[in-house]
Design a binder for this molecule. Structure first.
Ligand SMILES: Nc1ncnc2c1ncn2[C@@H]1O[C@H](COP(=O)(O)OP(=O)(O)O)[C@@H](O)[C@H]1O
Ligand SMILES: O=C(O)[C@H](O)[C@@H](O)[C@H](O)[C@H](O)COP(=O)(O)O
Length: 198
């Protein structure tokens, strides 16, 4: 019997502050003709206040935000009748956050919709990230917090990496000294090579 399940794919573009999530995310969504969800817009006010006061978020602060990241990005992908795709930006620094995003998929138990998450993790040298965050005007996330992100960051490794195992769904991208256009091409080539969007 063939499955009549509708499939939708969410590309979660992650990495620490200043690594290019918003810049590359907008370009990727434009290229794939799909909606882009800005993860920063999904924080509760308390999280924005905390980060604005240079206080790093705790796991407890992050769970409700990650729930919204999952729900909003999945809804956007399912609603996109042309591409069945969406791109969402979210730092998703630890492996447990990536797992949590998967677990909060609103169609997890659905017989009608199958959702796939592909986690593309952008990373660069601490000094470069720091410089880029410092150059951003009027953003609630200040450079002082960048160190706290590098302290806990888990770049995908081992059998989590796309293509290394059937369960692998994560793709690390080193953005050091690469222009946004070059990074975009690398992401698209790797997604195609691993047949990640099929
Ligand atoms: N590959 C890159 N090379 C140089 N500058 C970049 C690159 N990617 C992003 N930037 C710049 O760095 C700053 C932070 O980028 P942004 O996309 O807001 O990062 P994030 O969303 O990950 O915090 C912006 O001013 C952006 O123009
Ligand atoms: O793009 C950025 O500058 C950061 O990613 C930031 O905007 C993001 O919302 C926080 O990083 C969330 O908190 P954590 O990254 O500490 O989970």
């Amino acid at each position: 019997m063939t499955s009549s399940k509708k499939t939708a794919t969410v590309i979660v573009l992650g990495g620490p502050s200043g690594t290019g999530k918003t810049t590359i995310g907008l370009m990727l969504a434009d290229k794939l003709q799909c909606p882009f969800v800005e993860g920063d817009s999904l924080h509760p006010a308390e999280n924005i206040n905390k980060m604005g006061n240079n206080i790093p978020l705790t796991d407890t602060d992050r769970w409700p935000w990650l729930t919204q990241i999952s729900r909003q990005s999945v809804q956007a992908a399912v609603a996109s009748t042309t591409s069945h795709l969406s791109v969402v930006s979210c730092s998703m620094l630890k492996a447990i956050y990536r797992d949590y995003i998967k677990s909060e998929n609103p169609f997890l138990q659905s017989d009608d919709v199958a959702v796939k998450f592909v986690f593309v993790f952008l990373h660069c040298r601490f000094e470069d990230g720091l410089k880029r965050v410092g150059g951003r005007e009027s953003h609630f996330f200040k450079a002082d917090l960048t160190k706290s992100q590098y302290d806990i960051m888990e770049i995908p490794a081992g059998d989590r990496i796309l293509g290394l195992s059937p369960s692998g769904s994560e793709l690390p991208i080193d953005t050091t000294n690469k222009k946004p256009e070059v990074i975009l091409t690398e992401i698209l080539e790797k997604l195609a090579y691993f047949k990640a969007l099929e």
